[in-house]
Ligand binder design. Structure first.
Ligand SMILES: [Fe+2]
Ligand SMILES: [Fe+2]
Length: 168
């Protein structure tokens, strides 16, 4: 896979993540105000991650994914639905998705090791994803009855986004 394609997939998935936290934030505004700023902070990080990948693609004169805005919209829908299931669902989803993201960045760092400037950027992004993962875990708690269900939905969502990004 070319570097451009790797970057394109990461850009689309970061847009999806920005949508997800935006969706959570919409629900939190009404039901979980205490968590609003944490969710908004994560949304802000994801927007920033998307623009880092967008700039890297621009520098290379490479295109973005076709219909990349759909990733944001898809993420937004997903984020609202999970949000309506409650704070523990948000936590479980966040933990599950960010754990996948962390693993994907781990693989990307190996594939892109010849490009140290991209790797430096990815490492900085990865640190924020790890913070998101840890705060998701905390929010989910230890005995959430729907953990397995939400985990499965989150995994399906994350891998569907990745698959779509690699085909568009
Ligand atoms: Fe991100
Ligand atoms: Fe994240």
């Amino acid at each position: 896979m070319s570097i451009e394609k790797e970057l394109r997939i990461m850009h689309a998935c970061e847009l999806g993540a920005a949508g997800v936290y935006r969706g959570h934030k919409c629900v939190a505004r009404y039901f979980f105000r205490a968590n609003l700023s944490n969710l908004d902070n994560m949304r802000f990080h994801e927007k920033d991650h998307a623009s880092i990948f967008r700039n890297l693609l621009k520098e290379r004169d490479a295109r973005l994914c076709f219909a990349h805005q759909l990733f944001f919209i898809g993420g937004l829908f997903y984020g609202v639905i999970i949000g309506l299931l409650g704070l523990k669902a948000i936590g479980t989803s966040t933990y599950t998705i960010e754990e996948i993201v962390n693993g994907e960045f781990e693989l990307a760092l190996i594939k892109l090791e010849s490009d140290s400037s991209i790797c430096t950027k990815i490492r900085a992004i990865q640190l924020e994803e790890q913070q998101h993962r840890d705060s998701g875990k905390e929010l989910a708690g230890n005995n959430y009855a729907l953990f397995g269900v939400v985990e499965r939905i989150a995994k399906t969502g994350a891998y569907t986004a990745k698959y779509l990004a690699s085909s568009l």
